[in-house]
Design a protein around this ligand. Sequence first.
Ligand code: NAD
Length: 504
Amino acid sequence: MVMNTEVKELGHFINGKIVAGTSGHFSDVFNPSTGAVIAHVPLATKEEVQSAIMTAQAAFPAWRALSVGKRVEIVMKFRQLMTERIDELIAIICTESGKTVEDAKGEITRGLESVDLAINAPHLLKGEHSVNVGGNINAYSTKVPLGIVAAISPFNFPVMVPLAMTCMAVAVGNCVILKPSERVPCSALFFSELWKEAGLPDGVWTVINGDKDAVNELLENPAIKAISFVGSTPVAEHIYKTGSSYGKRVTALGGGKNNMIVMPDADLEQVANAFLGAAYGAASQRCMAISTIMPVGEDTANNLVKVLADKISKLKVGPYTDPAVDFGPVITKQSKDAIIGYIDRSLDEGATLVCDGRNPNIAEISKGFYLGPTLLDNVKPGMEIYEQEVFGPVRNVVRVDSLEEAIELINAHELGNGVTIFTNNGAAARKFTSEIDVGMVGVNVPIPIPVGYHNFAGWKRSRFGEGHMFGPEHVRFFTKTKTISEKWFEENSESVSTFAFPSN
Ligand code: NAD
């Protein structure tokens, strides 16, 4: 793949077309692999967000009234266009996020699972029905759309997360306003083109680019009925608290600090291979990346660290144009500097360096935001590097004496997105899955991200509010239930008036 050097001026997608921003404020979008600016993204004003909301409101009645089958036909067409233009989408992901081509393909495949789930909307929208609940009355419930809903997405999955947040919302009859990360806005605008070509009516899908000012208008505007957010924990908490205080339904998924417990009976070669990709893939910029490996027992730890050190030293970091690369750069220069700061401070706090990725030797392109893989041993609870999510390729070894100690530590951590255990012992696995206080759990599966038809969400401070992404819970989040009691009088049937509370 060749790198594009053109600098684009982006807009918003409102009422079926790209429109230029009017605020006069822009943010730079970088190609993290070269450090070059590739686009300027406009930062919307409150007024621009309000006018986008008005076009969505105008589109809602007709979209809601369309049969679910017709709505889903458009989603199917969108899916077809996306697969036909997959190479363009891969190029966009790689350019704006620095991911490798294989990783971009994986992200698209997982994103398509959300589209496929949305295509099942007719089945998932089916309600409940009871005949003759009393006096020839039938009762039934139906799931109806909420109205205008907003999705606010992070930088690290420019395709998979926006698709997961929006496709079901559209299919069940809502109008959607997506505010993508200002660091990766190009994929969302590409989707806009596809939705338009697929025949989605103007106003049903809107992309508003911006930063916290645009988000705050979405949180406060009474026309927005629900907020689906994915991002860092402090922002997720702000979104949840503010959105809820304005009476909205909010799911706000936050960060993760995910552990891999390694029992003494595990095959260390298998463990190490599983750890490498799960820990360092996408430069560790995944909410479900393994941050900490917890070997149980001193022998397990010593042997594991030796195997890991050898394998990590062979990993290749570089640009997505090189197919031999294992992972690419982090998203910005600020992010790179912050990660180096975390490593430096962890050494002051007593961690020991097994592999040092602070100065990777990348000859080809010196200005990209690259970091090599770092592995720290002897990390302990209380250290900053243990407690905080570090969104970059520095991973920890925390040595524990027993499974009980591992479970206790993980349960005491404020984040609870994902966790996994590697063992051949069924009893240990069973104890772990039943006692662990984390939302997504693996047994010999390094990144236990549920498939699209299962519910996805962390626990504790990895999620604020109720509701999941993917799965049946996702349909519930974007709909409300109406329950109807219905009776039809036959000719000359007796009509009675009762002052008692109605019962069967
Ligand atoms: P972020 O929180 O910085 O930004 C996410 C979104 O919020 C962006 O659209 C951004 O413009 C907006 N935003 C940022 N600051 C804001 C503020 N003060 N007020 C209102 N809006 C604001 O997150 P990020 O750096 O883009 O993404 C990485 C984070 O997302 C990591 O913490 C990662 O773990 C998390 N994440 C979680 C999941 C999950 O499923 N739990 C999935 C992907 C990413």
